[in-house]
Structures are given as structure tokens and as C-alpha cells.
Design a protein. Structure first.
Length: 112
């Protein structure tokens, strides 16, 4: 299957927030920050199912994460803030001290 390009939105999630309160070393936190949520259409285009691994590439870096289906528009993906989302962000902060974490393009491909 060919990779798909999506707009990545990174942000806080309930699972990620609960994981932080219990510690970043817990399985709950690690799972929350290493799961990419994709539309059913994008998952079908990639030939992946819930729990399969995908590689995400951006100008900032590359990571491998699990994916799961979500009620998102085709071409939009979500991942909770954490080490994986940080690895994809560019270094440019536009003077704000915080790199862009929302609305940047990533390429997603199936990991066999």
C-alpha cells in the first residue's frame, strides 16, 4: 500500500492526562502518547487495522506508533502530546518558544 499524507493535530487527551498523573513510566501513559488516531478511510487506504503499526514522517522527524480508528475527517489525524508527537514537530517556533504542534503535514505508511 502507498503512504497517505494527513494533517496531524497533536493535543491533550483524557488518557494522556490521566497517564501523566500516574507517571510517564506507566503503560497507560505510554499507550496514550504512542497511538495515532486515523479516519476509517485513511486506515483502509493504508490497509491497516486497529493496533497495527504505522510510520509517520514529517520535516521534523520520524516515528513508529500504533494506530486506531477514530471519528475524524479523511486526511486528518490526531496523536496526544508526548515524545512521539514532539519528535515530529519542527524546530521553528516563530518567536513563541513553542514549535507548531497542530496542522502540519505528515506522511503515514504501513509497517510490515
Amino acid at each position: 500500500m502507498n503512504p497517505v499524507k494527513v494533517i496531524l493535530i497533536a493535543g491533550r487527551s483524557i488518557k494522556q492526562g490521566k497517564g501523566i498523573s500516574h507517571g510517564k513510566h506507566t503503560a497507560e501513559y505510554k499507550d496514550a502518547v504512542s497511538t495515532l488516531q486515523l479516519s476509517k478511510e485513511d486506515m483502509a487506504s493504508l490497509g491497516v487495522e486497529n493496533g497495527n503499526s504505522v510510520r509517520m514522517k514529517s520535516d521534523g522527524g520520524e516515528v513508529v506508533v500504533q494506530c486506531k480508528g477514530a471519528k475524524l475527517p479523511e486526511g486528518v489525524a490526531f496523536i496526544a502530546y508526548g515524545p512521539m508527537s514532539s519528535a515530529l514537530m519542527g524546530r521553528e517556533t516563530h518567536g513563541s518558544g513553542m514549535p507548531d504542534s497542530r496542522g502540519f503535514e505528515v506522511e503515514v505508511e504501513r509497517v510490515d
